[in-house]
Design a protein around this ligand. Structure first.
Ligand code: SAH
Ligand code: SF4
Ligand code: F3S
Length: 459
């Protein structure tokens, strides 16, 4: 691991002291924001309690659907007003834009938001110190860096810290799958995996600092192929087995997996590893084979169901979740029915479903037979109703059971904590803050579609 000494004096000259990072999008962005915060803290900044108090505001952005990307630009407009208000009080504000919107729309930024001081694509965050130093010399222009560098940012970023009982840990980045609707291969680049020992070292540090759960992240996490210390490529199953041996670590999760890359070795982990949680996010997107083909997914619905069956054989207690897209170009009622059929077979315990969003530069955006908005809306409503019914059923069946819950947040009321069950269900319970970041056995007493409540076992 290479460590760099940053030029702190150059930053101090600007009297910039507080930072605020607003994160949009996926868990990888949450993780990246934590690492960017670690850079800023190393440079002497501290977290601002609210956005208007910050001397540097960074938006970490998402480009996955049109709505997500447009929200960034409307929020940026509001941010500029705050920058102007602060300027009237004699306070300087640096505005930074990072994440997938930057990678995809680098040419648009200077036009649509010229007040942005710097913009960095997802693979260049380690260059932030140099960029901040440059800003003082190049006032009034936007510094943009959207290179896919040869070096790995992970080799240069300062160590991140455990923020709660559960920490994210990025082990893989980028995607080679090129699903025809998706921007990720263009925004995050080709698949790269972090070396095994780097991951183990980060995991041990996070556990030493109080994390009892690790959620391994990657755009296509189960295609992990990091090198071990002898230079041999190792897969996700190997990594999970190594992590399972870390003392003090209680729970392991990984997300997001690509169905065609689930191999027998990984399936065996769900039988063998007690720390691996009985919940797996395995997106199918559509139940129709012709739509899956048009999406360039490397699996049929039959193959997907076979993988689910094998996983259930390895661990009969496994619960599944998925992502779905409705209204992909050319999707007929029959195709949509095939998606509902898969839902009825798998009985997902949670799911994320979206209307297809046309993304410039992706092959599906140019496909004929784009589906009308009205039909997309109708299909999404039907699908979500079905998904929620299974989610509610699963949650209701939890009533009366005792589950180990990891508490991570304060509840709305005093004396209440919110945590997650092994199945990623949200649960709230009346508990003192001494139970924060701890795993507590909770007897489930009530359930709705989105959350459970319960009491500490024995009380
Ligand atoms: N790497 C992950 C997640 C990618 S983005 C995976 O492959 O599963 C998360 C989800 O957003 C995808 O699974 C997909 O369901 C959805 N998504 C991606 N592009 C989309 C688009 N153009 N329109 C609607 N939903 C999209
Ligand atoms: Fe996008 Fe497909 Fe890669 Fe997931 S697997 S990130 S949906 S291209
Ligand atoms: Fe969004 Fe980029 Fe994640 S597009 S979903 S922030 S990988």
């Amino acid at each position: 691991m290479i460590n760099k000494t940053y030029k702190v004096e150059q930053i101090k000259e600007r009297k910039v002291k507080k930072y605020y990072i607003k994160t949009f999008g996926c868990q990888m962005n949450v993780y990246d924001s934590q690492r960017v915060a670690a850079i800023l803290e190393q440079l002497g900044f501290s977290a601002a309690a609210s956005l208007p108090q910050a001397d540097i505001v960074i938006f970490n952005t998402c480009h996955i659907r049109e709505k997500a990307a447009e929200k960034v630009f409307s929020d940026l407009g509001r941010l500029n007003l705050i920058k102007e208000e602060r300027a009237a009080q004699g306070k300087d504000t640096i505005i930074g834009l990072i994440g997938c919107v930057v990678q995809a729309e680098d040419e648009q930024i200077a036009k649509r938001a010229p007040f942005v001081d710097f913009a960095l694509g997802p693979l260049t965050y380690h260059r932030l110190p140099e960029v901040l130093a440059k800003i003082s010399r190049r006032k009034g222009t936007t510094i943009i860096d959207t290179e896919f560098p040869v070096e790995s940012k992970f080799d240069f970023l300062p160590a991140n810290h455990s923020h709660s009982g559960c920490s994210y840990l990025a082990i893989q980045e980028g995607c080679n799958n090129f699903c025809t609707y998706c921007v990720v291969p263009y925004t995050r680049g080709v698949e790269t995996s972090r070396p095994v020992e780097d991951v183990i070292q980060e995991a041990k540090r996070l556990v030493d600092e109080g994390s009892v759960e690790l959620n391994l992240l990657g755009q296509n996490v189960n295609s992990y192929h990091g090198e071990d210390s002898s230079g041999k490529e190792r897969n996700l199953a190997y990594l999970l087995r190594r992590l399972n041996d870390i003392e003090g670590l209680k729970r392991i999760r990984y997300t997001t997996s690509y169905p065609a890359d689930v191999n027998d070795d990984l399936i065996a982990c769900h039988h063998d590893l007690p720390k691996l949680m009985p919940y797996l996010h395995l997106p199918i997107q559509s139940g129709s084979d012709s739509i899956l083909k048009a999406m360039n997914r490397r699996h049929t619905s039959g193959q997907y169901l076979e993988i689910i069956a094998k996983l259930r054989e390895a661990n009969p207690n496994l619960g599944f979740s998925s992502d779905f897209i409705v209204g992909f170009p050319g999707e007929t009622d029959k195709d949509f029915q095939a998606t509902l059929d898969v839902v009825n077979q798998v009985k997902y315990i949670q799911a994320f479903s979206f209307k297809y969003s046309r993304r410039a530069g992706t092959p599906a955006a140019l496909m004929p037979n784009q589906v009308e908005e009205k039909i997309k809306k109708e299909r999404l409503e039907i699908l979500q109703k079905l998904l929620f019914s299974y989610q509610l059923k699963f949650n209701k069946e939890s009533i009366g059971k005792v589950m180990p819950v990891l508490f991570e947040n304060k509840g709305r009321h005093k004396g209440q904590l919110i945590g997650r069950t092994p199945y990623m269900q949200n649960l709230h319970a009346e508990l003192g803050k001494e139970y924060m970041n701890k795993i507590v056995n909770i007897k489930i007493t009530e359930a709705t579609t989105n959350s459970l409540s319960g009491i500490k076992e024995g009380e």
